[in-house]
Design a protein around this ligand. Structure first.
Ligand code: 13P
Length: 236
């Protein structure tokens, strides 16, 4: 079964998230969809939603701590309040916009692995790396897995080329299958693709055998579009 995940990034409010989640739930129940669905709202919109078994709420980021003095961050004390056990780590915006190092990604990974969290760990190259060819791209992506236990049972990898995120530029199916096939040689975990995925290209991307699902930003923020993509994923 292929997987679908929505990363809200810095979009949606507490009220609109509640509405979004309710509509996902209704859609999934009504169409009897079993596809694993992940939703990553902003931290201010976390809540104890009653969800079908296949729908999981996660956080876009969390600090490797229970609590403490880490201004602007949240830890497991805040996650436990809502029973959240799923975390995104190493998203390219954390790495390249917020300046997070591989070291902190590893610290987060080890901390949340120890607690048994589901971890969606993101990797992906910038355009200047892609332009140096496939070998360099793979070297770069494997470098982002340095220090990460890729045999962790609750791990999902997301391959998101930075040049394809939020740009409307989708990687070609050849680009995607080349990288995913190479990753699959070493990784048993599911591998999602992310970067300008939308209802019009999702089916084609999911046809690639080494793509186990998608992690979607922009086109997942509107409920009708996300529902359409849930349905496409359920039929893939
Ligand atoms: P877009 O779908 O907006 O390109 O974002 C992809 C992404 O970064 C998901 O985490």
């Amino acid at each position: 079964m292929k997987i679908i995940a929505s990363n809200f990034k810095t979009n949606h409010t507490r009220a609109s998230t509640k509405d979004f989640v309710a509509q996902v739930k209704q859609f999934v129940v009504q169409k009897d969809i079993q596809t694993p669905i992940y939703i990553f709202p902003p931290a201010t919109a976390l809540d104890s939603f009653e969800l079908p078994k296949n729908v999981t709420l996660g956080v876009q980021n969390a600090y490797p701590t229970k609590n403490g003095s880490f201004t602007g961050e949240i830890g497991t004390e805040q996650l436990d309040e809502f029973g959240i056990k799923t975390v995104l780590i190493g998203h390219s915006e954390r790495r390249h916009v917020l300046g997070e190092s591989q070291k902190i990604s590893i610290e987060k990974f080890n901390f949340y692995k120890e607690l048994g969290y589901n971890i969606i760990y993101c990797i992906g190259e910038k355009l200047e790396v892609k332009e140096q060819g496939v070998d360099k791209t793979l070297e770069y992506c494997f470098g982002q897995l340095d220090g990460i236990d890729i045999s962790y049972e609750n791990l999902i990898i997301a391959y998101e080329p930075v040049w394809a995120i939020g740009t409307g530029v989708v990687a070609t199916t050849e680009d995607i299958s080349t990288i995913h096939n190479a990753l699959k040689q070493k990784i048993d975990s599911p591998i999602l693709y992310g970067g300008s995925v939308k209802p019009s290209n999702l089916a084609e991307i999911l046809k690639i055998e080494s793509v186990d699902g998608s992690l979607i930003g922009t086109s997942s923020w509107e409920i009708e579009s996300f529902q359409q993509m849930i349905e496409i994923t359920s039929k893939a």
